[in-house]
Design a protein around this ligand. Sequence first.
Ligand SMILES: [Zn+2]
Length: 163
Amino acid sequence: MFLCLKQVSLLMKGAYVLLLSAEENAKVKVGSLGEIKLAKGHYAYVGSALGRGLNLEKRVQRHKRLAETKAGCLRWHIDYLLASPSFRWREAILIESSEPLECAVSRRLEALAEAVIPKFGSSDCKNACRGHLHYLGTRPLREIRDILENLRLNLRHAAVKHP
Ligand SMILES: [Zn+2]
């Protein structure tokens, strides 16, 4: 049996960063966290799809569909933001890896961010992150994307060096 390119990409695992923006100051009910206040501006959320049967592209597509339709099942903290009319989907950056990189990526974003949203998206985090959602204020998305692209290259390089 031949494995076509599409099938290969469907096996992709790794971490992802969703860039979103709040068009206005918002209050959003986020599952177990209750109602949280989120200021107008850009946000970056880090998640991962690593487990058996999980797929990075499918997970991100699911998030994007929720952001576009504002309708669907709300399962993770990020889903509440995606479904909120105050939030707009900007872009997703995929970091392909079989290693758990989400916390390393999240720490990098935290260093750039104006604030971290405590406990957001980090319920099952094993690295004591303060949260996996970062508020980036008015920092240009293009700049954030460039930083993440560099990080992705560095992480890939590190993975090759230390298999
Ligand atoms: Zn973490």
